[in-house]
Design a protein around this ligand. Sequence first.
Ligand code: 4NP
Length: 157
Amino acid sequence: MKKKVLFVCLGNICRSPAAEAVFLNRIHKEKLNNQFEVDSAGTGGWHVGRLADLRMREAALKRGISIESRARQISLKDFEDFDLILTMDNSNFADVNSLAKELGKTFKAKIRPLLSYSDRKDFTEVPDPYYGGDSGFEEVLDLLEDAINGLLQNMES
Ligand code: 4NP
């Protein structure tokens, strides 16, 4: 059975599509791609259908990572479809949990902050880079690469 992983941020045009692409890149390199299904979504719907922010795509491409997904909004069905829902910041975590309550029943997905898989002590959230400068996008990628490393180790053990 494939493990289904959903990365979630606010707009689904910066952090979560980057997380999806970093994860896809890693599982491809490690020939684990047949073990996973991966997607990303936003708690908000403003950017539905759009490619990720150009700054995020360019920063990722410099690391050999291509971000190709288009934005979509999280839905109640996702809580039944996915095994693991990974949020980027405290606000996403709260929003996803309150959406889950609307289901009014138990569901399949575990909801976890992505950085709970990171060893870094300096960040507990992936900061929103949307209104900041270019260094914010590099920082996001550093955090994502580290946490996804920890996530994959956790899933293998
Ligand atoms: P993301 O960043 O949640 O990492 O995709 C954002 C993108 C757009 C907006 C907010 C955050 N926005 O307000 O439009």
